[in-house]
Design a protein. Structure first.
Length: 323
């Protein structure tokens, strides 16, 4: 059994706990269906133990963090919260006394969302690269200059340290842990049971152009963006896209930039390269990827990939392909 301890405190974000915990429980279920024993045992700990209310008002029953022995939990994750509950957690003497010992033991440790502030305040993130919610990246980097904050990544793995960005990305990080501990097939099955659109890799950006467009009520491009992502192999130049939304090319270009923050050409290339990274991480051949994402011949994909990411698609596949 692989014990997993979530550290919570009054006002914590419930999804930071429930999302990853559901992943570990799902992995146990998948193993059981294969006739194998469960792999994870989840515990929830707080400074004083007992019932702890989340920001949504839902309470969870916890054990005392002081009762956790160093090394007892193979994975220790601190949940996040909004500013006031987080400041209270950072100042809590019981958390400050217990966390250094828990994270010093062999095994993984880290945070979900803004939980990184708690670890950073104890100097446990110094010299490390971490992820956190995009809205907290600048404050965390300013407050703790010894920490390198990746403001875009969904989650970051730096040795034993695992940190994720905002709320739902804790699910992505937990799935990556399951894939590492067990295998990618189990992680994929858990993702399917949770009705996730896809297992998102850590390098994927927090900033979704689809959400950016949808967040602007006046934007006429939400449907078009969905169509682009479903038809990456189609001609996606300005004349074709403008015709699809019944606009002049000049008007389309201007309004698209205002809605998404990117030119149509840049947006399309980003969508194609993001899809290419996902396909490459699944081991697809370079030629097949180039055809599917509309960057054929492969030399065209390679040129765009190197320009954007500083490495060849083949090297990226070797580094990230799922086993």
């Amino acid at each position: 059994m692989h014990p997993v301890a979530f550290i919570v405190y009054p006002g914590f974000e419930l999804l930071d706990l429930s999302g990853p915990a559901a992943v570990f429980n799902g992995a146990n279920r998948a193993l059981g269906e294969r006739g194998r024993p469960p792999a994870y045992r989840v515990a929830i700990a707080s400074a004083g133990g007992g019932a702890v209310a989340s920001s949504s008002g839902i309470e969870v029953e916890t054990g005392s963090i002081a009762a956790l022995e160093p090394g007892e939990a193979c994975t220790v994750l601190v949940t996040g919260a909004e500013r006031e509950p987080l400041l209270a957690a950072v100042a809590d003497p019981a958390l400050r006394a217990a966390l250094p010992g828990l994270t010093a033991a062999p095994g993984r440790f880290g945070s979900v969302c803004t939980g990184g502030f708690v670890l950073a305040a104890l100097g446990l993130l110094d010299g490390h690269r971490i992820a956190t919610h995009w809205d907290s990246a600048v404050p965390l980097a300013k407050a703790f200059p010894a920490v390198t904050v990746d403001a875009e990544a969904l989650y970051v793995v730096d040795g034993r340290l695992w940190t994720s960005a905002g709320v739902t990305t804790g699910i992505d990080m937990a799935l990556a842990m399951v894939a590492q501990d067990l295998d990618a097939a189990i992680a994929g099955e858990v993702a399917q049971r949770l009705v996730l659109y896809a297992r998102r890799p850590g390098y994927q950006s927090q900033f979704s152009p689809v959400l950016t467009a949808q967040a602007k009520a006046e934007s006429p491009f939400a449907d078009l963006i969905g169509w682009i992502q479903a038809n990456l192999a189609a001609p996606l130049d300005v004349p074709a896209l403008a015709e699809r939304v019944a606009m002049s090319e000049r008007s389309f270009h201007r309004k698209f930039v205002a809605a998404t923050g990117a030119t149509p050409a840049r947006f399309v290339e980003t969508a194609r390269l993001d899809a290419a990274r996902l396909m490459l991480s699944r081991g697809l051949a370079l030629k097949a990827v180039a055809v599917r994402v509309g960057l054929y011949p492969p030399a065209r994909l390679t040129e765009a990939f190197e320009r954007r990411f500083g490495m060849t698609p083949s090297l990226f596949r070797d580094m990230h392909a799922e086993l």
